[in-house]
Design a protein around this ligand. Sequence first.
Ligand code: ADP
Ligand code: ADP
Length: 231
Amino acid sequence: MAYIQLKNIKFTYPDMLTPALKDVSLDIERGQFVVLFGPSGCGKSTLLKLLKKDIQPHGIFEGECSFNGVSVKDRNDSNGEIGFVFQDPENQVVADEVLHELVFGLENIGLPTSEMRNRVAEMVHFIGAESLLTRKTHELSGGQKQQLNLASILLMQPNVLLLDEPTAQLDPVSAREFLDMLVRLNEEFGMTIIMAEHRLEEVMTVADKVVMMEKGSILAAGKPEDVIREL
Ligand code: ADP
Ligand code: ADP
C-alpha cells in the first residue's frame, strides 16, 4: 500500500453546485517530492487541506484518504506529523521575536529546554539563518518570513510537508532559494513533500512526480518530463 493513498475523492464545498474535486485517485510514496500543478481554481489547495485533518475545509466528502495505512478521518493531527506551509508568509507568523517564533510549537508540546536548543541550533544551521536569530519578525522580508515559517514547521519534525504555492509572493531570487531548500530537505532527509504550484518552470526543477490537475480532476501524473510531453 502506498504511503499516502487517495481513492476516488470527491469534495463539494457547502452551497456549491460543482465539486472542487471529483474522482481524484493518487498514490504517493515515502520520500517523494510531488507537485500538484494546474491553473488557479483547479483544486490544488482543497486537495492539500483534505490531507491535513486540522485544516480540513467544510463540505461533502466522499472517498478514502489515508496516511501510512490510517484513514485521515481517524488520525490525530495535532502532533505536527504533517506540516503545512501557506502561500502568504505574513499570516503564519505569530511571535514578535524570531527565536520565539521558532520555539513556539516546541514549547506547546512541552519539549525540554536543552532539546529545544539543540533542535533550533541544527535547524538554523540547515536553513543558513544564523543572522536572523536576533531579529524581530516584522523586520524580515517575505522570503525570510517564509524561511522562518518553514523552519518553525520543520522543528516539529513532520514526516510530511504540505506547501500551498509557498513562493507565489516571493521575489524570484528568494523563491529560488526557498525551492532549493525544499530540494535539499527531500534529498538529504528523505522528507515527503507535496507542493501546489501553478508555474511550470518551478515544477520542472524540483518534482519527482507531477500531478497535473484541471477543474477538480487529475489529467495526468508521473515524471515531470513524461507529464509535460502530454501537455
Ligand atoms: P487552487 O488551489 O488550484 O487554486 P482551490 O482548491 O482553491 O484551487 O479551489 C477549487 C475550487 O473550489 C474553485 O472553484 C474554488 O472557487 C472553490 N473553492 C475554494 N475554496 C472554497 C470555499 N471555501 N467555498 C466555496 N468554494 C471554494
Ligand atoms: P487558499 O489561498 O489556499 O485558497 P484561503 O486563504 O482562502 O486559502 O484560506 C482558506 C482557509 O485555509 C482559511 O479559512 C483558513 O482556515 C485556512 N488558512 C489559510 N491560510 C492560513 C494560515 N496562514 N494559517 C492558518 N490557516 C490558514
